[in-house]
Write a new protein. Structure first.
Length: 132
């Protein structure tokens, strides 16, 4: 917990020994998350190149969600919203509603940060429909 250097070492070692390309791509998303948490945003973006080019829609969605968090950290709310909406589309096609709650909550917060209360309200309405 909080030891990003140790986590990065472990995750990078995992990418070297894992033969499954999709598993490695998922691990690269985790590496990007650790890099973001460490403030290494450019390195985190670079780490997402392979997952974003994956043939696995879940890996792509996870990578888009992570890139959105990096963009939010950089105060690029419009780019974050674009990534979150794209991730949400992947989750919707896969039928992964739990992840959609996260993406729609993040979209709502980003829209509020931009001063778009109407858009944020629409995202909140979508969330309400899942709660019932």
């Amino acid at each position: 917990l909080g030891d990003h250097a140790r986590a990065l070492d472990y995750l990078r070692r995992s990418t070297r020994i894992d033969a499954d390309r999709q598993s490695v791509a998922r691990t690269r998303v985790l590496i990007a998350s650790q890099l973001r948490a460490s403030g290494e945003l450019d390195a985190a973006i670079t780490e997402l190149a392979e997952p974003l080019a994956s043939s696995n829609p879940l890996v792509i969605a996870n990578a888009l969600e992570e890139r959105a968090q990096i963009r939010q950290t950089r105060r690029d709310m419009r780019g974050a919203i674009e990534d979150l909406r794209a991730a949400d589309e992947h989750y919707a096609r896969l039928g992964i509603e739990y992840n959609r709650i996260d993406t729609n909550t993040a979209i709502s917060r980003a829209l509020l940060a931009l001063g778009d209360a109407r858009g944020a309200g629409a995202a909140e309405q979508a969330l309400a429909s899942w709660r019932t």
